[in-house]
Design a protein around this ligand. Structure first.
Ligand code: NAP
Length: 371
């Protein structure tokens, strides 16, 4: 008998990318579906196809409705997970919970899913009765796919990173902020951008506009356009941001590393004004001195999505940018070279669509395994 899957948070950034991918892969043929909402109960289902658009949205806070489901897949975010998950479990619900939010990732009873890296663990967890499967942090998943070969061959001693994370990583509110900021600036530029104006005068005026207290920045809390924000998420006690903290903790959990064998990973997470895709630059200390060609082979043979981009200017400008990767499952890694610091130090730059492999795709694939 077909299982019934409930979709919550399908309207947001991650949820809508998830639905698009599921349609492309004909996933909806494999289960019955019910769509929920926290804000639009009774409104028509998403108009994805004839079959889906027939229904009406149910209340995502109605525990009785949720208890009827075999599988819940939520991209609604932390607030929802924290409000509903424990209530449902305490009420005796034994279904599968698949979630994009971070809150349950580090719990013993849940598994972080990224099947090209930890498929064996997913399989084992299913056999052992695990019922809670959580997508990893976007930068963690993208880093692990890019460096999968180095992780798999246990070649990494530590990683120092710097991220360049897209506006859409902060959700639909961030995108709206960025678009409003563009529109706000355009009001000035459309009237004043002419070749005879001194460029410094324009720069001064634009800077003044972006610093104006009325400049739109509701979600981002600081201007994102023509700027960057060197802080993502809340502060941890050790001075890291939570986003930075996740890199080491989640990576080692995905790899099932014992405490004594954990790989040290630390760096700075930065929000930039690209629309989609997270980029990361790495300095990696390898456990031994390996030649660059062997490193490239180990990396490129690990999974079908990663590809090595030659360390050349033209290739980097055309294959290693948010625009060239956006909307695809590609994980290019480039700028690969031995660092001048020493033979065991590798420098690299990687990029991936944080809404696909960084969020929706691992959830979609674990749902297929469950079914
Ligand atoms: P989001 O775009 O803000 O969407 C979350 C919810 O906000 C939607 O389901 C919708 O709920 C509501 N919403 C309010 N205004 C909306 C609008 N104008 N357009 C669309 N939805 C709107 O959040 P998200 O980025 O998808 O993130 C969801 C979860 O995934 C979070 O826990 C996040 O941390 C995690 N995650 C996000 C990313 C990413 O790149 N964004 C990557 C990895 C993990 P109703 O329909 O019920 O109103």
């Amino acid at each position: 008998m077909k299982k019934t899957v409930g979709f919550i948070g399908w309207r947001g950034m991650v949820g809508s990318v998830l639905l698009k991918r599921m349609l492309e892969e004909n996933d909806f043929d494999k289960f019955n579906f019910i769509f929920f909402s926290t804000s639009q109960v009774g409104v028509k289902n998403p108009s994805l196809n004839k079959e889906i658009s027939k229904g009406f949205l149910k209340d995502a806070y109605n525990l009785d409705e949720l208890r009827e489901l075999d599988i819940i897949i939520t991209c609604q975010g932390s607030f929802y997970t924290n409000k509903i998950y424990s209530l449902l479990r305490f009420s005796g619900w034994m279904g599968y919970w698949i979630d994009a939010a971070s809150d349950l990732r580090m719990k013993k009873s849940s598994l972080i899913v990224l099947d090209p890296i930890n498929y064996k663990n997913i399989k084992k967890s299913l056999e052992n009765g695990v019922k809670t499967f959580i997508g990893g942090n976007c930068t963690v998943s993208l880093m692990m796919l890019a460096l999968g070969g180095l992780f798999r061959n246990d070649l990494i001693e530590w990683i120092s990173f710097s991220t360049y994370q897209a506006a859409s990583g902060g959700g639909s509110g961030y995108i709206m902020d960025l678009l409003k900021q563009i529109s706000f600036l355009n009001k000035y530029l459309s009237k004043n951008l002419n070749l005879s104006t001194s460029i410094l005068k324009i720069e001064k005026k634009i800077t003044k506009i972006t610093k104006n207290k009325n400049f739109p920045q509701r979600s981002s809390l600081a201007p994102l356009i023509l700027n960057l924000i060197p802080w993502i998420d809340s502060k941890m006690q050790n001075g890291q941001s939570r986003e930075e903290w996740k890199m080491e903790k989640e990576t080692n959990k995905i790899l099932s590393r014992k405490k004594s064998q954990e790989i040290k990973i630390d760096g700075t997470c930065v929000r930039v004004g690209s629309l989609r895709c997270h980029s990361q630059s790495f300095l990696i200390k390898l456990k031994k001195n390996i030649d660059l060609k062997s490193i490239e082979e180990v990396i490129s043979h690990d999974n079908e999505w990663v590809s090595v981009v030659p360390n050349e200017k033209y290739e980097s400008l055309h294959r290693l940018t948010p625009l060239s990767v956006s909307g695809t499952l590609k994980i290019p890694i480039g700028r690969l070279r031995k660092s001048s610091i020493g033979d065991k130090y590798l420098s690299a730059f990687s990029i991936g669509d944080q809404l696909l492999w960084g969020a929706a795709e691992p959830l979609r694939r674990v749902l297929r395994f469950l079914l």
